[in-house]
Design a protein around this ligand. Structure first.
Ligand SMILES: NC(=O)c1ccc[n+]([C@@H]2O[C@H](COP(=O)([O-])OP(=O)(O)OC[C@H]3O[C@@H](n4cnc5c(N)ncnc54)[C@H](O)[C@@H]3O)[C@@H](O)[C@H]2O)c1
Length: 253
């Protein structure tokens, strides 16, 4: 049932840890995949790996918070890969500061990458899906979007917005056959965690060790998030919409 044969999927942040694992998992489930990332070279490497495994993929370098870039990429995917059946809005950044340490430009940047991008992708992809009779959108939230976290004000605000805009999108576009869900990971073994350690001036190894303090006793692997996203994207989740699925090893939400 977790089958995406014949579908076309867009993955934003497709060069990163969770995005690249999900792009590969989508391809393994039969989809052709547009790998979209600010880092064009890394996106190309992910697309090349999918093609080497016998799949079909297209790398697109784009800033998903930029409206002109989003309209261009949506057009390009339709021209080069056909329609758009699955959209994984996953690009994201974190800045580890409290309100008093945070400058307004950084607030705007985090909200632009984590929230505005989802609005823009949905603005231009929903009509494509609706014209084809439906589709599935998955947005990457976070456990911290459901319960908050320390020294990450802009990130927590942005991920809370992702969870609730997912519900609003599900309400608006369910009648068009479009399901919209959020995946909310806990600590996952990607480049984001060492980046956080650096921002906090902590030793990355110590920082990572803290993430094992949970029922499953370890951090998650990107492939474990990808498996949940494939399920949400596929017809196996045909009656699931507006949901906030948590994959965190237990203990966050
Ligand atoms: N790793 C975790 O522990 C964790 C936990 C909860 C939620 N998340 C979320 O998962 C998502 C993926 O994060 P990850 O852990 O794979 O991190 P990552 O840093 O490996 O990947 C993020 C990717 O997004 C890309 N990106 C950043 N800004 C962009 C922009 N403006 N346009 C296009 N691409 C852009 C980056 O180049 C990078 O490839 C993020 O939304 C993140 O907030 C991660």
């Amino acid at each position: 049932m977790n089958d995406l044969t014949g579908k076309t999927a867009i993955v934003t942040g497709g060069a990163g840890g969770i995005g690249s694992a999900t792009a590969r998992a989508f391809a393994a489930a039969g989809a052709q995949v547009a790998v979209v990332d600010l880092d064009g070279e890394a996106a190309q490497a992910v697309a090349d790996a999918i093609v080497a495994d016998g799949g079909r993929a297209l790398a697109i370098e784009a800033d998903v918070s930029d409206e002109a870039a989003v309209t261009a990429l949506v057009d390009r995917v339709q021209v080069e890969l056909g329609g758009i059946d699955v959209l994984f809005n996953n690009a994201g950044i974190i800045r580890r500061t409290t309100a008093t340490e945070l400058d307004a430009d950084t607030w705007d940047l985090v909200m632009a990458v984590n929230v505005r991008s989802i609005f823009l992708l949905c603005k231009y992809v929903v009509p494509v899906m609706a014209a084809a009779g439906g589709g599935s959108i998955v947005n990457t939230g976070s456990g911290w979007g459901l319960k908050g976290g320390g020294r990450a004000l802009s990130y927590c605000a942005s991920k809370g917005a992702v969870v609730n805009m997912t519900r609003a999108l599900a309400i608006d576009h369910g009648p068009q056959g479009i399901r919209v869900n959020s995946i909310n990971p806990g600590d996952v073994d990607t480049g984001m965690l060492p980046d956080e350690a650096r921002q906090l001036g902590q030793d990355p190894a110590e920082f990572l060790a803290e993430s094992v303090d949970r029922p499953l006793g370890r951090m998650g692997q990107p492939e474990e998030i990808a498996a949940a996203v494939v399920w949400l994207a596929s017809d196996a989740a045909s009656y699931v919409t507006g949901a906030a699925l948590v994959a965190d090893g237990g203990g966050i939400a």
